[in-house]
Design a protein around this ligand. Structure first.
Ligand code: G3H
Length: 540
């Protein structure tokens, strides 16, 4: 764990290819009530995880620009703008026919597609995501928007008919909730923010959204599209310290729906600040420590590649990452050796470099934190199993396989959210099953094995502890049409393309006794198109 001469080669300025160079973004504007307002108060400087090599000192993080550090007044103004646009459900947006809202989102998606290159470049520079993964995040998000539009069309088609029961006729549709506060995480600052923001919007809610701690500037190129595609006040942005800008919003009681992807600790704090928590609909994606369980008959090659991929994609900074690996003692030694070799073979470098898998980390102090976790395990008897593991240079931490990890070590329970892979041998499956049952998290598990009887017997207890069991594959959120959720401290609510439409809305219905007069009244409303909500229009 001592730093050797060079564990990563940071570039000099002249080494950065022109195609991937990033001009600083000095953002002073924010979107409020349909206008880009200029902020002349304090700003937050943004540093890239990418450092530059210097002849006369240690590598230094690249300055990427800044964004506004808004105050309480600006945050409350954003909430007020969203509330005004909602206007107790009477605003242009919540009363707009579904087809109109779809058109606005389509317009936004079209404008968004034009900004691909800018957003992808900022994803690389702000959070250190590799070029292919940054492109994937952008494309997946755009696809999510398109799939959301299709899902809403389908939902609307189903809801455009009338129901007749016990002599009562009714039309049941989904209606918006009010003002939604959307906050995404830094590891998927575009994708996970939009997987709540877009469904919230398309269902007729108005929105205040705050970007994550890192990955703020990459949303700047989209502000004009938000301003132009939606009516004034439907989308508003806030930037700054969470305590300053989010606390007052929650305490005001004006937030009807909280969509937050982050830690359970912060989610609890936010929920408690709301004066009437029963009024607050929450959609939360929280902490996780997904284990892999490698059974004696597992295809080791497959288990090794899925575990390495699952644990170390985007440097392990995924809520779905495999963060603990249990291996049956009969295959423990070859597995550990194989994993160490694979991890050492992963290419490290800058996000734009071809074939690079491990990159510098955006969080200040993260490399030292990870080193602390590894040192704690080593002091208690574990070893770093790979030759180049757990070395720190500036913002870079070289991925480490740590074994054998046991209950005395922080790595046993703590969510590392970084490139450290703890491995523990087990004699009977009761050991990992107990670990899962005692864990505060309950998102996913990966099971590796070939014996139908053994796997089958494990599935039954596991599906009652977590929300997804992956067979011979890494843990992951996708495909986005699958439900994404978790138990215990891992989530509240379920997201998928179609589930998200449900969580950001509530069923409302218009009902009437099926008398001749009521039937005539409803027919007249429909025929003369007197209501946008009560309608039998079919969206093609
Ligand atoms: O950080 C959590 C993400 O939702 C994980 O998504 O499995 O597609 O990387 P992913």
């Amino acid at each position: 764990m001592n730093s050797p001469a060079a564990i990563i080669q940071f570039p000099a300025l002249r080494d950065i290819p022109l195609a991937h160079a990033c001009a600083p973004v000095h953002q002073r504007d924010y979107l409020l009530a349909g206008e880009l307002r200029t902020w002349d108060g304090p700003v937050q400087d943004v540093l890239s995880p990418v450092c530059l090599r210097r002849p006369d000192g240690p590598p230094r993080q690249v300055a990427l620009g800044h964004y506004p550090l808004l105050g309480e007044a600006e945050a409350l103004a954003a909430l007020e703008a969203a509330a005004r646009a909602y206007d107790h459900g009477r605003g242009a947006w919540p009363t707009m026919p579904v087809a109109g809202r779809i058109e606005a989102v389509e317009e936004f998606a079209f404008r968004m597609a034009e900004k691909r290159a800018e957003v992808v470049r900022l994803l690389m520079w702000e959070i250190g995501k590799t070029l292919p993964d940054s492109e994937k995040e952008f494309d997946r998000t755009l696809q999510y928007v398109r799939d959301t539009i299709d899902a809403l069309k389908e939902l609307d088609r189903v809801s455009s008919r009338f129901t007749l029961a016990e002599g009562i006729l009714g039309q049941i549709r989904r209606a918006p909730l009010g003002v939604a506060l959307c906050m995404g995480p830094y590891n998927y600052p575009l994708n996970e923010t939009f997987t709540t923001l877009i469904p919230a919007l398309i269902m007729g809610n108005t929105v205040v959204f705050k970007p994550a701690r890192f990955g703020v500037l990459l949303l700047r190129p989209l502000l004009e599209a938000f301003r132009d595609a939606f009516p004034a006040g439907v989308v508003n942005t806030v930037y700054g310290d969470g305590r300053t800008v989010i606390g007052p919003l929650m305490a005001s009681g004006g937030v009807d729906c909280l969509a937050f992807i982050g830690t359970a600790k912060v989610a609890d704090l936010l929920k408690k600040q709301h004066p009437a928590p029963h009024r607050l609909r929450c959609v939360l994606g929280l902490d996780a420590k997904n284990p892999a369980i490698v059974l004696p008959d597992a295809d080791l090659d497959l288990a090794l590649s899925e575990c390495a991929l699952g644990a170390l994609s985007f440097n392990g900074q995924r809520c779905t990452a495999i963060k603990m690996v249990f291996v049956h003692e009969s295959v423990y030694a070859p597995f550990l050796q194989g994993l160490a070799a694979r991890v050492d073979g992963l290419s490290r470098g800058m996000p734009w470099e071809e074939g690079v898998r491990i990159t510098p980390l955006p969080e200040t102090g993260k490399a030292e934190y990870l080193r602390g976790l590894v040192e704690d395990a080593v002091v208690r008897g574990a070893k770093v199993a790979n030759a180049g593991g757990a070395r720190v240079e500036g913002t870079f931490f070289s991925p480490a396989v740590v074994a054998p990890v046991d209950a005395r070590m922080r790595l046993w329970r703590e969510e590392q959210f970084g490139p450290v892979v703890p491995v523990a041998p087990f004699a009977t499956v009761d050991e990992p099953l107990r670990w899962v049952a005692e864990s505060s998290y309950g998102q996913q598990v990966s099971l590796f094995g070939r014996d139908a009887a053994a796997i089958g017997a494990l599935l039954d207890p596991l599906v009652n502890q977590v929300s997804r069991v992956n067979l011979n594959s890494q843990c992951q959120r996708g495909p986005d049409t699958f439900p994404f959720t978790g138990r215990k401290d891992s989530a509240e609510g379920t997201l998928s393309v179609s589930d998200a439409l449900r969580v950001f809305s509530i069923r409302a219905l218009v009902a009437a006794k099926g008398t001749g007069a009521n039937k005539a009244l409803v027919t007249e409303i429909l025929r003369q198109r007197r209501s946008k909500w009560l309608s039998t229009d079919f969206i093609f």
